[in-house]
Design a protein around this ligand. Sequence first.
Ligand SMILES: [Zn+2]
Ligand SMILES: [Zn+2]
Length: 373
Amino acid sequence: MVNQDYYELLGLQRGADDAAIKAAYRRLAKEIHPDKHNGCSEKEAHFKAVSEAYDVLKDPQKRAAYDRFGHAAFKNGGGGHDPFGGSGFEGFSDIFSTIFGEFMDPRGAQQNAARGADLRYDLELTLEEAFTGVGKTITIEALARCETCNGKGCATGDKCSKTCATCGGMGKVRAQQGFFVVERGCPTCRGSGEVISDPCTTCHGEGRALGQRKLAVKIPAGVDEGTRIRVTGEGEAGVRGASSGDLYIFAHMKRHSIFAREGTTLIADCPISFTTAALGGSITLPGVDGHKVEIKIPAGIQSSEQLRHRGSGMSVLNGRGRGDLVARILVETPSRMSAKQKKLLEEFRSTETGEECPATKGFFSRVREMFGA
Ligand SMILES: [Zn+2]
Ligand SMILES: [Zn+2]
C-alpha cells in the first residue's frame, strides 16, 4: 500500500476523466516498466505504486471510495501492506466489497434496512411427488403487511410520518470503526429517514404484523434432497410497505419403500432365487411412474451384480429425459425346502466335484510339506 496520493502519482487533477486516467497510466507504465530497468527495486516500487493507483482510479466504485475516504478506504485492519503481495491482494478486494456491500449505496442501505427478511420453509416430498413435480399449499407464519393500516403504519390516514431528527432524514448515521468511517442504518428510524407520529395500534407503526397465510407453490419435477426453490417476494413483509423478502423452499425426500436414489438414478435391491440366478429369468419392478419395468436376468448372475434399465429412473431437474433404474441382485439361498427339493439338490450335488476355497488355495499342500507328510 502506497501513501502517496493516487492522482499525484499519475500526475492528474482530481476531476480527471477516464480517458485521461488511462492515458496517464499508459504513458507511465511504458516509462517505468520493471522490464526496462533490469530489476531496479526503486523503479519496481514506483511501478507497483502507479499500478495500484490506476487499479483504483479506473474503477468508478473504487474511485468514489477513494475520493471519499482516501487510502483509509483500502486499508486492511490497519497493517499497511503491499496489496500486490500474494494473498494481500485478495484482502484488498475483500475489504473493498465489505465496504460497498454495507454502505456505499445509500439507497441500497435504506432498502436493506426496511426490506423484509428472507424465509426458509422445509418441505418433505415423496419420491413420486419429486418425480412428477407437484403443487403444494403451505402455511407460513411470518410478518405480513398489517391489514389494519394497509402497511402504511398510521392510525389514521395514509401519511403520519415526519423527518427523523437523529439522522435528519438520511436514514443512516456515521460512526468511526477502526480505520473506517462507516455509515449505518439509523437506529431511530431504522433506515427509513422518517418517524411515525401517529402509529397504527396493531403494528405500532411498522406496517407489518405477525400473521398466518397459505401459499400455493409449484415444485418442479426432479427436485432432490436439499434442492432450494426461491419464491420471490413471499418472505417477510418490509417495514411500512418496503419490499418483501424472498421465500426459500428446501426440499427433503421421504424414504421410499423400494428405491434408493443417487441423483437421477434409482436403485432397488432385488432378491432372486438361486435357481433363477443359475438358470436366468426375469423380474418385474414397479416403476416410479407407475409403469412396470421388466428386467432380464442372465443365467449365472452373481449376488450384488447390478442390472441397469436406461431411462426408467428419476426425472431430470429443469431438463428432459430420465435417469436409469438399477436392480441390485441379491441371490437368496433357500432355508426351507421340501423333501423332494432336497432330494433333487442332493442329486445335483453328486454331479459336482469338490471345490477348494480360492482364498486358501494350496494351503493344505503347504501344511503337508511342512510336516513332511
Ligand atoms: Zn398497522
Ligand atoms: Zn433516522
